[in-house]
Design a protein around this ligand. Structure first.
Ligand SMILES: [Zn+2]
Length: 304
C-alpha cells in the first residue's frame, strides 16, 4: 500500500505532465496534484505548498502549518529523494511557516520579504486571539530577504520574487516560475475563502488592489496563479478578483468618508450585488474598515 502511494507520488513529482487534474492522497490525508512537469501542489497542510524539482535541489513555496509538519515531511520524502535546498515564504502567517524549522535544519535556505523575517524574529501580537506569538526558532527564520524584488536560478529554473505591498500583511511576496508560467501569490488571492486582511499586520484593501494589478501586469493569458487556499486559478479569475477588490475599494472610500462603521456598511449594503457572497460579511467589512483607518491619509486627495 505504502509502496503504491510512493510510486504514485513520485510520478506526480516526475518529468512527464500527467493527465491531471487529479489528486493523490498522501500522508496525513494531504492531497498532492501536479501543476506542471516537476511542479507539485500539496494541499491540506494549512496553506498550500508548492514543490519544484530542479535536479539540483527542491524548491518549496511555503511550508504549511506546524500541526501538519510530520505529514508534510513524510509527503516530501515520498515525492522524491531530492533535498529541499530553498524555501520561499509568501508571508509570515503560521499556516505558511510551520515546517520552516525542520527544513532549515535540513539545510534549506529560506527566502522571504524582510518584514517577514522581522516578524518571525521578534514575534507578534494576534488581536483576534488576544495573545502574543513567540518568535520562531533560529533555524526557522528567513536567511535571504528582499525589500522589493529578487531573482535566483536553481537547477536552471529561474525564480523571480517580489513585494506585494500591504496586500494581506506587511510582508507578502509573490514567487514566480517564469519558465513554467506559474506564480505563487500566497493569501493575496482568495478564490475560495473570504479574502483576509490582516490590518493589524499591515494588510489593507488599497494594497490588495495595487498588488493584484501588479500580478496582472507581470502575467499573460496563460499564467496560472497558486493561492494559499483553493485551487490553481487562471488570469481571468485573478482579473475578476482584482475588479471585485477595486469595486469594494471605491465603494468603501465613500462610506468611510461618511463616517460609517463596519456595521453601518453591512446595513447600507456595501457588499450587495458584487457577484460574490461571503461567509462572514461583518468580519470582512470590519477588517477592511480597520485597514482604511490605518491608511486614512490616502483616502482621497481632497479629504481635508
Ligand atoms: Zn495569511
Amino acid at each position: 500500500m505504502r509502496t503504491d502511494r510512493r510510486s504514485i507520488l513520485k510520478g506526480i513529482a516526475g518529468a512527464a505532465l500527467l493527465p491531471w487534474p487529479g489528486r493523490a492522497i498522501a500522508a496525513g490525508g494531504l492531497a498532492v496534484s501536479q501543476v506542471s512537469p516537476k511542479l507539485a501542489l500539496i494541499e491540506g497542510a494549512g496553506g498550500n505548498i508548492l514543490v519544484l524539482e530542479t535536479g539540483e535541489g527542491r524548491v518549496l513555496v511555503d511550508t504549511g502549518a506546524a500541526a501538519s509538519g510530520a505529514a508534510v515531511l513524510e509527503t516530501l520524502d515520498e515525492l522524491s529523494d531530492e533535498a529541499v535546498t530553498a524555501v520561499f515564504n509568501t508571508h509570515w502567517h503560521l499556516d505558511q511557516v510551520g515546517s520552516n524549522q525542520a527544513l532549515g535544519e535540513r539545510g534549506a535556505t529560506i527566502f522571504a520579504h524582510e518584514k517577514t523575517r522581522q516578524r518571525l524574529t521578534a514575534g507578534w501580537y494576534l488581536p483576534t486571539e488576544d495573545r502574543y506569538q513567540q518568535p520562531l526558532p533560529s533555524a526557522a527564520l528567513p536567511t535571504e530577504t528582499v525589500f522589493t524584488e529578487g531573482v535566483t536560478t536553481i537547477g536552471g529554473q529561474r525564480i523571480e520574487y517580489g513585494y506585494m505591498i500591504l496586500a494581506h500583511t506587511d510582508g507578502d511576496l509573490y514567487v514566480a516560475f517564469p519558465d513554467l508560467n506559474v506564480v505563487a501569490v500566497g493569501d493575496v488571492a482568495a478564490p475560495v475563502r473570504d479574502p483576509v486582511f490582516d490590518w493589524f499586520g499591515g494588510g489593507w484593501l488599497g494594497g490588495r488592489v495595487d498588488s493584484l494589478a501588479l500580478l496582472l501586469d507581470r502575467s499573460d493569458a496563460d499564467t496560472r496563479f497558486v493561492p494559499s487556499y483553493g485551487p490553481v486559478i487562471g488570469r481571468a479569475e485573478l482579473q475578476a478578483e482584482h475588479d471585485l477588490m477595486l469595486e469594494l475599494f471605491e465603494r468603501m472610500v465613500e462610506h468611510v468618508r461618511l463616517g460609517e462603521t463596519a456595521e453601518d456598511m453591512l446595513t447600507t449594503g456595501v457588499l450587495d450585488n458584487l457577484g460574490r457572497t461571503f461567509e462572514d460579511p461583518y468580519r470582512l467589512l470590519y477588517d477592511m474598515h480597520k485597514g482604511f483607518w490605518a491608511h486614512h491619509n490616502k483616502l482621497m486627495p481632497d479629504i481635508v
